[in-house]
Design a protein around this ligand. Sequence first.
Ligand code: FAD
Length: 406
Amino acid sequence: SYDVVIVGAGHGGAQAAISLRQNKFEGTIAMIGEEPELPYERPPLSKDYLAGEKSFERILIRPPAFWDERHIAMLLDRRVTAVDPAAHSLTTEDGATIGYGTLIWATGGAPRRLSCTGHDFAGVHTVRTRADADRMMAELDGVTRAVVIGGGYIGLEAAAVLAKFGKQVVLLEALDRVLARVAGEALSRFYEAQHRAHGVEVRLGAKVDSIEGADGKVTGVRLHDGEVLACQMVIVGIGIIPAVEPLIAAGAEGGNGVAVDGQCRTSLPDIFAIGDCALHGNGFADGATIRVESVQNANDQATVVAKTITGGDVTYDAVPWFWSNQYDLRLQTVGLSIGYDAVVERGDPATRSFSILYLKHGRVIALDCVNATKDYVQGRALVSGGARIDPARLADASVSLKELAA
Ligand code: FAD
């Protein structure tokens, strides 16, 4: 039995343990993780790690010795299958029972898989774990043509890496633009054009019928209209399903995620939830209850929980931020564009350095900055303060956002 048990040794779980020790928490801590690795950064899996530009050691969240030094027990390669809130204990796949004083649920999610025929052929990949990325990398030599299904950040990043390796890439997006769920149309069209310029064949409104294969291995993707795109690799980037079944089965409120309050408490006693799986009322989401899939959200919620456990009085209200690297384009976003009613372009996309501001009822709610770190840094204050600024002035790139915020 441990004073604090953290389930999930990913971004949120690691930060929770780190913050507890930073806050001088002296109780026992155990982290239970399904993956065999010590906590590592996930974003590089579709960026520089996949590209072979960064080793696994360089994406570890802390050096291996850190966890021992902080007396954080690492119970890895173990999956939690059930939670008993009344007994304050949980069960792992191997049948062991582990008691907890406080439980922090930080399990992220499992990649959504295709449900069509052929979805399980070898060569069909999702990108969530180091093992996923390693499997793809091991196959790359034998790949000349790849199909990426899903035009979200992960699909686009993976497509960029494959294109860089000289592979022929077809990117299929079911909607009429890429990044449709997270960005405005201008950004979508910009990224679509950039991928085309790098040789990626972007197909919008594309509906997958099935995956074709031979001898258990993928040979192509069949579209609804019957066309077959021959390929040796398929990458599926169509979102995640939050890993919350054991908590929901134990009676926690939620569904698509586990519901939490401003301190990340679930409806079950002494159980918190953080990160990708936590359904929370986000102050930057137009009143909506949402899950946010970002490192920022996982880390900041972990910090809130650690403070709460060590007697602090805090509420989660951090400004959301996110990034994506594709080719030589560094996208940095701040805020959430949910519910925007106006868009301002700042700078010319043709220069490959520009920003897009999202407004709601005249207030700035979010920014997408492409190779425009200055706007990103200076624009944070506009988002956190919900600034009202004349759109014509926001569009004038000769005036800094800092001046406008003042
Ligand atoms: P995770 O980091 O996923 O950790 C959860 C851990 O819990 C996993 O190791 C999982 O195996 C384990 N687990 C699940 N169920 C159980 C169980 N029952 N028992 C034990 N262990 C369990 N975010 C950004 O901000 N910027 C980016 O550029 C970016 N790029 C990304 C690229 C990729 C390829 C991916 C996959 C994600 C990216 N993200 C990015 C999102 C970011 O990685 C996540 O938001 C973040 O990892 C969430 O942290 P978490 O702790 O909630 O979950």
